[in-house]
Structure formats: C-alpha cells, structure tokens
Design a binder for this molecule. Structure first.
Ligand code: GLY
Length: 343
C-alpha cells in the first residue's frame, strides 16, 4: 500500500510528454468534451488507466477498458487489491469486485478466494448467468468452471509481513487512537494505521468511450484484517459503483460500511441527474453521510469519484489525501480531491 500511495511526481509524468492539465489542487472539476476518458482511484490508477487507454484509444468499448484497466492493479503483488492484498483475521485474502456497463448490465463477486482476477469473474457473472452477484465458495466454483485457475493461498511477502505485525497484538483491538470510534462501531472497524496510512484500499475505475458510452469497475481485497466474511461496498452495485449511461457514473473508495449506508455511488449519480456537476454531487453525498452520522464517523476516510456523460469529472472526500488518476487525450496525471474536513 505504501508503494501505491507514493505520489507520482510531475517530472516523471512530464517525461511521458502527456501532462497538459491544470495543477493538482485546482482541477477537481474539468470539462473534457471529447471522449475517450478514463478516471480511477488513487495513484495506482495511473498504471490501470494506461492499460485501459490501450483499449479506449483505438475506439474500444468502455466495458473492456475498465475490466482490462483494473486487472493491471489486481496483478500487482505490493498493494491492497487482488491476491497481493492483506488477509482477513484468519489469514485468508478474500476479494470483492463488480462491473457495470452502459445498458445497466452488471456482475459482482464477493468473498472470493484464490482467484487472481475477481473483476473478470464479475464480468462472467454478468454475461453468463441470470444473476448479478455470486459469493464465497459459489463464486469460486463458478470461476473454476469458467476456466479460471485456482491460485496458491500463500500470502504475498508484504501481506505476510503486515499480518505478522497485526498478529503480534493478536486481538481485534484497533489502534489506541480509534478506541472511541470503535466503541461506537464495534471492534471490526480498523481505519488508520499508526503510520497514518489507511489499512484498506480499492481501485474504482470509470471510462467514457469514443461512442459516448460509460462503464465502471471496482475491485478490492477489502479492509485489512477484517472479520472473516466481511464484505464492503466494492462489490455492491450502487455502493462501490454505479453507472447510468444517461447521466454519469460514480465509484467509491474508503470505509465500505459508511459508503453502503448511503448507497453512495448511486446517490452521487442521482445528484448528477438532478443537475449537479460531478464534484458537487460527490460533495453532497459526503455531506449526507456527515449529517447522518455526525460524530459517529470517527477517523474513517470516504471518497467518491464521478464523471458525467459529457465527460466532466470530479471527486470529493471526507478527509484530505484522496487522489485519483485521469487519462484523456489532454492529460495523464494525478489529481488531489478536495475534502469536507481539513484533517
Ligand atoms: N472500500 C473497500 C472496502 O471497504 O472494502
């Protein structure tokens, strides 16, 4: 996770000869009238966008782009998406993912173990079953029947180290600073690590293709050291992801329990339907949660990233630190989202 979150310097991007956008702080609302366009959460979105762009630049479908893009992140062994992610409290990596296209077709898997590309399995659920969501051993059984390989259950080196550290305390207690928060939320709400990093991560991606169609994907290993069986927002259509081709699309990252409470991504799309621009819509959804939860939000982070069907994009977070990656014909860069609170 530390590697993922490292800020990608302007000079590194500049060397690609594609950094043409505004400065990071002033760019939360942008107009990109000409598709294609792809946006994704966090700095790791840069690599994922690059893979998606290979599909989009030749006129490919947004759905193919968002699947291909996040598979790049799922391949990575040093982050918190895919089998390289942190395990649950029993030492098993469990994966959640969903995908949605421009026609309202959607597919999802949750609590899936030992399969490298949950996003590809989610797409198969969408395309090959009459269902939207498969979970646990059923999702794995389906994946194997579809030809996906059963991978080793061994943790990545980073995850082994992190799990060993977590086991030293060997209890469900969160960091001391979160005790008050956890009295309210129960003991399963690990939020921020002692080093200040968030202990879970997600990649959400939205693309607008040359034909003007939107699709989105979202994939994660969820909260590190979560209770076994815990599922967050990422595989839930309407929470971690929502696409309405007539309006726009949104994806979420951060503490899934809070995002689920307000069906966050669907809410953002509905705010856009009512005329708000993407950043305003994301901000209003965060405001809804702040109003609903008041002092119960503790130390958590919650972030939304949205684009509308004309290619405007924007994001908003509960707290500072949320970054997202943008790739279009005009720019390839990291943006910093504005936030509700300043710390
Ligand atoms: N947003 C990812 C999770 O809570 O699992």
């Amino acid at each position: 996770m530390l590697n993922r979150r490292k800020f990608i310097s302007g000079s590194a991007l500049g060397s690609l000869g594609v950094l043409l956008g505004k400065d990071a702080h002033s760019s939360s609302i942008n107009r990109v009238p000409d598709a294609p366009l792809v946006v994704s959460t966090w700095d790791a979105g840069m690599d994922a966008n690059r893979a998606a762009w290979e599909v989009l630049k030749t006129g490919g479908r947004a759905l193919d782009a968002v699947e291909r893009g996040v598979m790049e992140t799922e391949n990575s062994l040093n982050c918190c998406v895919g089998l390289g992610g942190n395990p649950d409290r029993d030492g098993f990596v469990t994966l959640d993912a969903c995908i949605m296209d421009e026609q309202g077709n959607c597919g999802s898997v949750a609590f899936l173990e030992r399969v490298k590309h949950p996003i590809a399995v989610a797409r198969r659920v969408m395309e090959k079953t009459p269902h939207v969501m498969l979970v646990g051993s059923g999702a794995q059984q389906f994946a194997l029947a579809e030809g996906f390989k059963l991978e080793s259950a061994e943790l990545s080196e980073d995850a082994q180290r992190a799990y060993k550290t977590w086991l030293e305390k060997s209890n469900y207690a969160p960091p001391e600073k979160n005790i008050e928060n956890n009295k309210q939320h129960g003991p399963f709400a690990p939020t921020r690590l002692d080093n200040g990093e968030w202990n879970h991560d997600t990649i959400g991606m939205i693309a607008l293709d040359k034909s003007g169609n939107l699709s989105g994907s979202c994939t994660t290993s969820g909260a590190g050291f979560k209770m076994r069986g815990r599922v967050g927002d990422s595989p839930l259509i309407g929470s971690g992801l929502y696409v309405d081709n007539e309006v726009g699309a949104c994806t979420a990252t951060g503490q899934g329990e809070e995002i689920i409470r307000i069906a966050g991504s669907h809410l953002v799309v509905e705010f856009m339907r009512n005329g708000l621009r993407p950043e305003e819509a994301c901000k209003k959804a965060i405001g809804r949660l702040v109003n609903m939860r008041k002092d119960k939000l503790g130390d958590v982070q919650i972030c939304f990233l949205a684009i509308d069907r004309s290619g405007s994009f924007g994001a908003f977070a509960l707290r500072p630190g949320f970054t997202y990656a943008v790739r279009s014909r005009h720019e390839e860069k990291i943006h910093k989202a504005k936030s509700w609170f300043d710390k």
